[in-house]
Design a binder for this molecule. Structure first.
Ligand SMILES: [Zn+2]
Length: 161
């Protein structure tokens, strides 16, 4: 057994301090149902395959877009730097990476973990917004700015949601 990969439920996402829309986004992301280009093509919707955030020609999958893309990596790195805490543990797929990351920060106590989980979801959300921004409005914002914005919003959610 590989540590209960299949046993982990997604229910924790509903307890995150974030708006409902963002929780639904997180839930869909965990189920690989966000409409990234690979998913669109599987549904026979014609679109380019490559990731717009890095322009390296890599296929846009959820795993690439949110965790492996060099743009996403810079967002995570920058956000982690401001936290003084390494936010993401990349594993074989989105769900496993997410679960491993969350298991790490859950061990840091309830208050900290609430704060980090809001920021974690906010970072994913902001990477998604930036991807859509680029596709639909051709508006490129540096990853450093996205990281700061995502943390500010995550902090606000943690305090107010
Ligand atoms: Zn990319």
């Amino acid at each position: 057994m590989t540590g209960g990969k299949e046993k982990w439920s997604f229910q924790e996402i509903w307890e995150v301090k974030a708006p409902q829309t963002v929780k639904i986004f997180g839930y869909l992301l965990l189920q690989n149902r966000i409409l990234t280009r690979d998913v669109l093509r599987r549904r026979h919707i014609s679109c380019p395959t490559e990731c717009v955030l890095c322009s390296t020609g890599e296929q846009e999958t959820a795993m690439h877009l949110f965790f492996q893309c060099e743009y996403a990596r810079r967002v995570w790195l920058m956000a982690g730097g401001r936290f003084g805490y390494h936010l993401i543990t990349i594993d074989q797929d989105v769900r496993t990476s997410w679960r491993r990351s969350w298991n790490r920060f859950k061990s840091r106590g309830l208050h900290v973990s609430k704060f980090i989980s809001a920021c974690f979801v906010s970072i994913c959300w902001h990477i998604w917004l930036q991807r859509n921004n680029l596709i639909f409005r051709d508006n490129k914002i540096p990853p450093e700015i996205i990281a700061v914005r995502a943390l500010d919003v995550g902090r606000m959610w943690a305090e107010n949601c």
